[in-house]
Design a protein around this ligand. Structure first.
Ligand code: B12
Length: 306
C-alpha cells in the first residue's frame, strides 16, 4: 500500500494540487462539531445540522470507507490592483469559482485511485459535499486547526482550498502535525465582530463572512455597523495571522484566469443593475451571495472609510 499511496500523492501534484495527504477513518466524528451545532453557531445554515450524521460518519457516505485523501490548492497571489476600501472581496473569491476549477483534477485523481485499485469506491468533493474538510485535513497532518478555525499549512499559511476523496482503499495515513499557534491570539483580537468565540470556534452569527455570503435576511445591527468595507467574505482573521505574513509564503502559480472582474467601489456596486451584476460575476464565487446580497452589503458599506 505504501507504493500506491506514494503514487496517488505524486499524481495529485501532477494534476496541479499543491499538497496531498492521507487520513485514516479509524478516528471518526469529534465533539467539537456537535458542540458547534448545539450552540447554534451555524446560524441559518440548517443544511449543516441536517447533514450532521453524514459529516460525522464517512461510512454513511462511502460504505467501508477506510481513508480520506486530503488535497490542498493554494490561492494566494500578490495584489496587483488596489481593492476599494469600501468594497473588499475575500481573496479566494477574486478569481474563477474554485468549485469549478478543482472538480476536473479532483475527478482525475479519483479515477486514478480506482485504476490503481480496481473495485474500490470513493466520493470526491470540494466544499459543498457533506464532508468536514478541516477535521480531515488536521487528521491527515495537512496543517493544524488555527485559533481562527482555519487549517494552517506550514508552507502556505491558510490561503488554500481543501478538497477530499473518501475511499474504501486502505492507504497509508500521514502523521498529525503539532498545533503551532502557541499563545498567539492576533485573529481573536482583530475580528471586529468578536466571532472567534471559543478555542478554534467561530460563531457564524457574528462572522462577517457568513453575513456577507450566506445570510439572505437583514444583517443584524451589531455586525452591519462593523463590516469594515467587506462586501463578500472577510479575510481579517487570515490577514493578521503571522503564518500568512511571512516572506517565504508560497504563492499560487498565476493561471491567467484570475482577476476576472473589475473591482467596483460600494457606490457602484450598490446601484449596479441585475444584468450587469450577472455579466460581471458569472462563474465567480460572488454569485453565491446573489444580486440582493451584494447590493445590500454595498449599501451598508457605502459610507465606510478606513
Ligand atoms: C460552513 C462553512 C463556513 C461558514 C462557517 C465557518 C466555520 N468556522 O465553520 C462561514 C460562512 C462563516 C465560512 C466562512 C469562511 N470560510 Co468556510 N466553510 C464552511 C464549510 C462548508 C463547512 C465548515 C464546517 O463544517 N464547520 C463546522 C465546524 C465546527 O466543523 P469542522 O469544519 O469540521 O472543524 C472544526 C472541528 O472539527 C474542530 N476540530 C477538528 N479537529 C480538531 C482538533 C483539535 C485539536 C481541536 C481543538 C478542534 C478540532 O475544529 C474545527 C474548526 O472549528 C467548509 C467546507 C467543508 N465542507 O468542510 C468551508 C471552509 C471551512 N471554508 C473555507 C474558507 C476559505 C472560509 C473563509 C476564509 C472565506 C472568507 N474569506 O470569507 C471564511 C473563514 C471564516 C472562519 N474563520 O471560519 C475553507 C477553509 C480552508 C482552510 N485553509 O482551512 C473551507 C474548508 C472550504 C474549502 N473547501 O476550501 N465558512
Amino acid at each position: 500500500m505504501e507504493t500506491v499511496t506514494a503514487l496517488i500523492k505524486e499524481k495529485a501534484l501532477e494534476l496541479g494540487f499543491d499538497d496531498c495527504r492521507v487520513a485514516s477513518t479509524i478516528l471518526e466524528g469529534d465533539e467539537g462539531f456537535d458542540c458547534w451545532l448545539e450552540h447554534g453557531f451555524h446560524a441559518d445554515m440548517d443544511w449543516m445540522a441536517r447533514t450532521r450524521d453524514l459529516r460525522q460518519h464517512v461510512q454513511l457516505k462511502v460504505p467501508g470507507a477506510r481513508s480520506v485523501i486530503v488535497l490542498a490548492k493554494t490561492y494566494y497571489r500578490p495584489d496587483t490592483r488596489p481593492m476599494p476600501e469600501n468594497a473588499k472581496i475575500a481573496r479566494y473569491a477574486r478569481q474563477r469559482d474554485y468549485h469549478r476549477a478543482l472538480i476536473k483534477p479532483l475527478k482525475g485523481l479519483a479515477d486514478y485511485v480506482r485504476d490503481c485499485m480496481p473495485g474500490t469506491i470513493g466520493y470526491a468533493s470540494v466544499d459543498s459535499g457533506p464532508v468536514r474538510e478541516r477535521a480531515w485535513a488536521a487528521r491527515a497532518g495537512m496543517g493544524w486547526i488555527g485559533r481562527n478555525g482555519l487549517v494552517i499549512h506550514p508552507r502556505f499559511g491558510s490561503w488554500f482550498f481543501l478538497a477530499t476523496i473518501i475511499t474504501d482503499a486502505n492507504l497509508v495515513p500521514d502523521d498529525l502535525l503539532p498545533e503551532r499557534c502557541g499563545t498567539c491570539t492576533a485573529c481573536v483580537g482583530a475580528c471586529p465582530t468578536g466571532a472567534i468565540v471559543g478555542d478554534r470556534e467561530v460563531d457564524a452569527r457574528r462572522c462577517i463572512a457568513y453575513h456577507t455570503i450566506e445570510n439572505r435576511q437583514e444583517i443584524p445591527e451589531t455586525v452591519a455597523a462593523n463590516l469594515c468595507g467587506w462586501v463578500f467574505g472577510c479575510d481579517i482573521c487570515q490577514e493578521v495571522c503571522p503564518w500568512n505574513r511571512r516572506q517565504v509564503l508560497e504563492t499560487a502559480a498565476p493561471d491567467g484566469k484570475s482577476e476576472t472582474f473589475p473591482l467596483l467601489d460600494a457606490e457602484a456596486l450598490a446601484s449596479i443593475s441585475e444584468d450587469a451584476f450577472r455579466r460581471l460575476f458569472e462563474g465567480t464565487p460572488i454569485m453565491r451571495a446573489g444580486y440582493g446580497g451584494i447590493t445590500r452589503n454595498a449599501r451598508l458599506n457605502g459610507g465606510y472609510r478606513e
